[in-house]
Ligand binder design. Structure first.
Ligand SMILES: [Zn+2]
Length: 217
């Protein structure tokens, strides 16, 4: 008996709840002004502009607009397409805690502790998270900053994003393929480009020359 009472009460309550969503009425304003022209009553501009014209309104009447907009102006750098997408749990399962902290949480390894800081063998540096080739050994140099440094990345492999964390303005670099955090770019690199890609060792793997990137692990 009680049950039925409850169900009835519930049903009533729910009906009450749902009722609010019915008002999806077409509240569209009528196009065109109403036909009430108000002939006599139309006082033209009583005290309309006491404070001067704050609203300059350039009158967009006859602007000879050039027909630009044919092509996409520039690809936004943060397009998420053709990426490797994994859940955080999956990343945790494939990365060490330190790698996860750096690659997925934008951490930084302590200076002079990374295994590739003073590593100058021939080969390719790849993304530790997804295996994408990122840097060639011939672009690596010893910057003395405490992290692996490159003056150039392999074209099209890295995204650059303005990073204003820690009270500085820096350019963060991430793997284009998996969004993994790599490090930052600074403009104190060697000539001619003058760039220093400052990369965490933990964000990278190294494939010695002669082996194909992604083949070894
Ligand atoms: Zn990656």
């Amino acid at each position: 008996m009680k049950n039925t009472v409850f169900t009835v009460a519930m049903a009533a309550a729910m009906a009450g709840c749902g009722g609010g969503e019915q008002s999806t009425a077409p509240a569209t304003p009528e196009p065109g002004p109403p036909s009430v022209a108000a002939p006599a009553k139309a006082e033209p501009e009583p005290n309309r502009q006491p404070v001067g014209n704050i609203n300059p309104q350039p009158k967009p009447t006859a602007k000879p607009i050039q027909p630009i907009q044919h092509e996409p102006i520039m690809k936004p750098t943060k397009v998420t397409a053709a990426k490797i997408v994994k859940t955080e749990a999956e990343w945790r399962a494939t990365l060490t805690p330190e790698e996860y902290r750096i690659l997925r949480q934008k951490g930084t390894e302590r200076a002079f502790t990374g295994k590739y800081d003073h590593h100058f063998k021939d080969g390719t540096y790849t993304c530790k998270a997804c295996g994408a080739a990122l840097f060639l050994s011939e672009t690596k140099y010893n910057s003395g900053c405490g992290w692996p440094a490159f003056f150039k990345s392999i074209d099209g492999t890295i995204d650059e994003t303005r990073d204003t964390s820690l009270g500085m303005v820096r350019i963060e670099i991430t793997c284009k393929k998996c969004n993994g955090h790599l490090g930052h770019i600074f403009d104190d690199g060697p000539k001619p480009a003058g760039l220093r890609y400052c990369v965490n060792s933990a964000s990278m793997d190294f494939i010695p020359a002669g082996k194909k990137p992604g083949a070894a692990k």
